[in-house]
Design a protein around this ligand. Structure first.
Ligand code: F1P
Length: 347
């Protein structure tokens, strides 16, 4: 096999905690101005950025008490009255690795035209989206060559966690968030190794990623990684919704990965147990494990952060990024250049 296959994805996923360190330096207190006087925040993006928007909106709303919603960027200009009913009181955050995706740029343009405040969150410097927005966060340290996002998406979510902590002025939360790079570094090798084991398991042919609240966006991202890199069927559901129909598809070729929260832990363990009894292979992703989790799981990935459920969110993704990466390699696919995809979508 060509040794360059997947090299960019592997390097970018492996280096992601360095990108988080850089992210920490990019989210200054001046950004709080964007939210001043706003009682509604829309997080808009496409692909991975849309997934980041799901996680960010759930976290931002809970931490700040300001209503927040994730939207696919095209909805902003296609259905403006549905998305921004009170633009003068709203902030639109346009999220995009490239800063050039047509739908995301148009979303910012529409928000500006309607009189909403705008913030762009990108990884590429000097992008059209940065030029379009009132304020900008640029995470150059999270830039990527690979088409499939890894460190850019965790870094963009991290930036929005930091922004939410800035908005509330919660210094203790900020200090806990500052520990994420160090906590990420401590689990990355385990994430790589477990991703190789799970991704290399030839019996697994379909995937379901389940998580409640802010974890739903992470599940969507894990689903996207499997589809883009490994070209296999994958689902993402708010954890308990999986029982309402999709579990009909579960069999012994299915991996069911559940992201365990603190407040939903018991119900999520019961879900793992049920999926295992249906024949699925199960992966629990949790901060701390116990006998019940181990008994319900083929594999357990433990983050050991001591952080609250939404604070530790980005620690849940790397193991699934490496799972998708290894699944792709085992199928002879190059994770760096997924079939049919471009680096960003230009319409
Ligand atoms: C990036 C994106 C990726 C996706 C695909 C198409 O857009 O949507 O998330 O994997 O390769 O492009 P953006 O973040 O640059 O707007």
């Amino acid at each position: 096999m060509n040794e360059n296959i997947g090299a960019a994805t592997f390097l970018e996923a492996s280096n992601q905690v360095l990108a988080w360190v850089n992210t920490l330096e990019q989210v200054g207190g001046d950004l709080v101005q964007c939210v001043h006087d706003r009682d509604y925040v829309v997080f808009a993006g496409c692909g991975s950025a849309f997934n980041a928007a799901h996680t960010a909106a759930a976290i931002f709303q809970e931490w700040t008490g300001i209503y927040a919603q994730p939207v696919q960027a095209a909805d902003v200009y296609t259905f403006p009255a549905a998305i921004l009913p009170r633009p003068d009181k709203s902030l639109l955050v346009g999220i995009s690795r490239s800063g050039s995706t047509t739908e995301s740029l148009r979303a910012l343009q529409m928000a500006n035209r309607l009189g909403a405040a705008t913030l762009s969150l990108t990884v590429a410097p000097d992008s059209p989206m940065q030029a379009q927005a009132d304020a900008a966060i640029v995470l150059e340290g999270a830039s990527e060559k690979s088409v499939a996002t890894t460190r850019s998406v965790t870094s963009m979510i991290y930036a929005l966690q930091l922004l939410a902590a800035q908005v509330t002025g919660d210094a203790e939360r900020w200090e806990r968030l500052e520990t994420l790079p160090q906590k990420g570094a401590a689990i990355l090798e385990t994430a790589k190794a477990l991703g190789e084991t799970v991704g290399g398991d030839a019996t697994i042919q379909t995937f379901a990623f389940l998580g409640g609240g802010a974890y739903y966006g992470l599940c969507r991202e894990a689903q996207l990684k499997i589809k883009e890199m490994a070209l296999l069927p994958a689902d993402a559901y708010p954890a308990l919704d999986f029982r309402h129909g999709p579990k009909a598809c579960v069999d012994d070729k299915t991996l069911v990965a559940v992201m365990l929260s603190d407040r939903g832990r018991e119900a999520e363990i019961a879900l793992l147990q049920e999926m295992r009894s249906l024949g699925a292979r199960t992966l629990a992703i949790c901060d701390t494990t116990d006998g019940a989790i181990r008994a319900a799981s083929d594999w357990v990935f433990q983050t050991n952060s001591g952080l609250s459920e939404w604070e530790r969110a980005i620690l849940y993704l790397p193991v699934l990024q490496f799972t998708a990466y290894h699944k792709a390699l085992s199928r002879g696919l190059d994770p760096d250049t997924p079939r049919n995809l471009d680096y960003y979508v230009s319409l």
